[in-house]
Design a binder for this molecule. Structure first.
Ligand code: CUK
Ligand code: CUA
Length: 651
């Protein structure tokens, strides 16, 4: 009740509040309360009425939960940032591609195995350039079960379960060296789409850059997702080879366009740089053509082509080669204005909005028209590889004059689109119906992606928009030359957009985020039964229950079966000999919410987070003799400091 009130409180209610007098007590019981008090506070803090309204729309009292979750890319941190909206409170960082000490991610056996499974050909990778998170969907709506995210830098895709907000799997194919049109899911999450970005010889071989057109290629991967298992199944996945254009963003068709995927490209000039070798720099070489190509891909038909065996296996991935893709009618191109960036399918699936960085328009393509042209084989020509190109003018419904540097588009529930304007530092609201701008709101500064509540579903909420700004300039207190990014929450429920709040993002450049209704997330508070390995979601074979603790010397080393419970580890004295291989098996046997214990050993780089019911294994060589205290790193109880013990390594 109170929450609803805060969110919908219009300006006249503010006036009521301000004259409400002593009945309207501040929650803190401090000053503030009477109209005069509020006026004084506003004056002291230099707040306008709009500021106060924004505060009332976002202020979330202690103990009150947010209505939405935002799952944001953590950029270079290789993590996912979980944010509550409208409060814009950061709730969690989910460790994905990088070691993360608080979660013990990359410090115990299970999480290290998972993290290292993302090492490409054994090369240790400890960072990622996460770009596009994608929530799992059922029937085109977010279902709150899983989250996927890509690593542009190393062409990897991760699976996160929203049951425990934990990464479960990292996959990659040596087909690609970088990705960008990732991750996007098909409407029932049959596939997680990963489109490549910078072409390389498929499969990772060397080829001279002068052979760019002949030997370099791109590809789009369709990772098959098994929802029951909650894992991607690489053997059931496939790819389609694409020409060596720089592939950009993607989106999956839905409803009217279900079964199709759309992918942007730039550098259809196939420029590859060389500004110190007498060739034009990549940026100008790649900006010669007036049109690049929107890739229109029939994935449902591609699935059949793979089932019919019309593929080659390259680098372990089933690949539909380019000539097959053309012959089977899986791939068509449509022109798109110069250096496009975002492609976004409308909620009804009938249209696609493409915005070009170097064009002031958003182009609205009609899927019906595209489909009719494909069916009629009405082509304007072919590209150098023989891919049929559909006539541009006959594929579009029109173009909306939006502004400078349009990038990405989101939608509301009332037929409006919202497009980010990078150069203009604004978000434009425009009508899909008549392709006219209705309103612009300035943002600070240089907005990249934009996200709307339930914005990529067939039922956007029309409540909030977040501008994900690249530059923050004068917005926050100075922190040296490297500035945070700035997420700005915008209310789009009313007739006029209102900027509500800023959230500085202090690690990495996030690219995209999605916002989901909080009541769709059903997270657990403990692993049950006690002894679960969070990576496999199964009871760990080494789990320890109370009474079965002990230390045992076996052929492969010393096995320590340990339990953690407030406020002790059992056993708390561990004796080994120098150079013993030690296997720690530790179970947090608690089931109480938030009863997490940590476990660390001095100088051994061992650091675990043991959430209630969690089991972790750590294998290490006791290669330095001495006395090493171990202790619990979470302040779990009044006797937390006493939750400690000794590892005694005898010389
Ligand atoms: S991209 Cu970053 S602003 Cu990687 Cu989705 Cu457009
Ligand atoms: Cu357990 Cu502190």
């Amino acid at each position: 009740m109170r929450r609803a009130l805060i969110v919908v409180l219009p300006l006249f209610a503010l006036a009521t509040l301000m004259v409400a007098g002593p009945g309207c007590q501040s929650r803190n019981g401090g000053a503030g309360g009477t109209s005069a008090d509020i006026q004084t506070l506003m004056k002291e803090r230099n707040l306008s009425e709009d500021d106060v309204v924004a505060a009332l729309k976002t202020y979330t009292p202690s103990g009150v939960h947010d209505e939405y979750y935002i799952f944001a890319s953590g950029g270079h941190s290789g993590q996912v940032i979980v944010i509550g909206a409208p409060s814009m409170r950061i709730l969690k960082y989910i460790a994905v591609f990088t070691p993360e000490p608080w979660q013990g991610y990359g410090y115990g056996d299970q999480t290290t195995t998972l993290l290292r499974s993302g090492d490409r050909d054994g090369k240790e990778l400890n960072w990622a350039d996460t770009h596009h998170p994608a929530l799992s969907e059922t029937g085109g709506d977010y279902d709150g079960q899983y989250l996927f995210i890509n690593d542009k830098a190393n062409a990897r895709v991760a699976v996160i379960s929203l049951r425990d907000f934990t990464t479960k799997q990292i996959v990659y194919s040596n087909l690609l060296r970088s990705d960008h049109g990732a991750t996007f899911v098909t409407p029932d999450t049959d596939y997680v789409v990963e489109g490549g970005q910078y072409p390389v010889p498929l499969g990772g071989e060397y080829a001279p850059i002068e052979d760019f057109q002949e030997k370099y290629r791109s590809a789009v991967l369709f990772w098959k997702f098994d929802r029951d298992k909650g894992r991607i199944v690489p053997e059931k996945s496939f790819a389609i080879e694409l020409p060596p254009y720089m592939q950009d963003l993607a989106d999956a068709g839905k409803l009217a366009s279900d079964g199709w995927v759309f992918l942007n490209s730039f550098d259809t000039e196939m420029a590859y740089g060389g500004n110190a070798e007498g060739r034009p720099p990549l940026e100008s070489g790649a900006s010669q053509n007036d049109m690049d190509y929107l890739h229109v891909i029939n994935w449902r038909q591609a699935e059949k082509v793979v089932a019919d065996g019309k593929f080659e296996t390259i680098a372990g991935t089933r690949v539909i080669r380019l000539p097959t893709a053309i012959a089977e009618g899986l791939l068509h191109f449509v022109g798109e204005p110069k250096s496009p960036h975002g492609v976004d399918v409308t909620p009804d699936g009938r249209e696609l909005v493409v915005a070009g960085k170097l064009d002031t328009h958003a182009t609205v393509y009609s899927f019906d028209k595209i489909k009719a042209l494909i069916d009629a084989k009405k082509y304007a020509g072919t590209d150098p590889f023989g891919v049929p190109i559909l006539p541009f003018e006959e594929s579009i419904r029109g173009q909306a004059e939006i502004g400078l540097g349009p990038l990405h588009t989101q939608f509301d529930d009332a037929g409006n689109a919202y497009t980010s304007l990078f150069i203009e530092s604004a978000a434009a609201k425009w009508s899909l119906k008549d392709l006219k701008v209705i309103e612009k709101i300035p943002v600070h500064y240089n907005i990249g992606h934009i996200l709307a509540a339930e914005g990529d579903t067939i039922h956007p909420d029309g409540r909030y928009l977040v501008a994900m700004n690249k530059w923050a300039l004068d917005r926050f207190s100075d922190v040296g030359p490297l500035l945070p990014q700035n997420f700005q929450l915008i209310d789009i429920a009313g007739d006029k957009m209102q900027l509500l709040a800023d959230l500085p993002i202090p690690l990495g450049e996030p690219h995209y985020s999605q916002m989901i209704k909080a009541d769709k997330i059903k997270a657990i508070t403990a692993y049950t039964p006690v002894g679960i390995d969070p990576i496999t979601d199964e009871p760990d074979p080494f789990r320890v229950v109370g009474g079965q603790e002990g230390i045992e010397r076996k052929a492969d080393g010393v096995h320590v079966r340990m339990t953690a419970v407030r406020s002790h580890f059992t056993p708390d004295t561990v004796r080994v000999k120098k150079d013993d291989v030690v296997h720690l098996h530790i179970t947090n046997v608690e089931q109480a919410e938030d009863a997490t214990h940590g476990f660390s050993i001095a100088e051994y780089n061992i650091n675990l987070s043991l959430e209630p019911g969690e089991h972790a294994n750590v294998t290490f060589k006791a290669d330095r003799s001495g006395v090493f205290p171990f202790y619990c790193t979470e302040f779990c109880s009044a006797l937390h400091l006493e939750m400690a013990g000794y590892l005694l390594v005898e010389p």
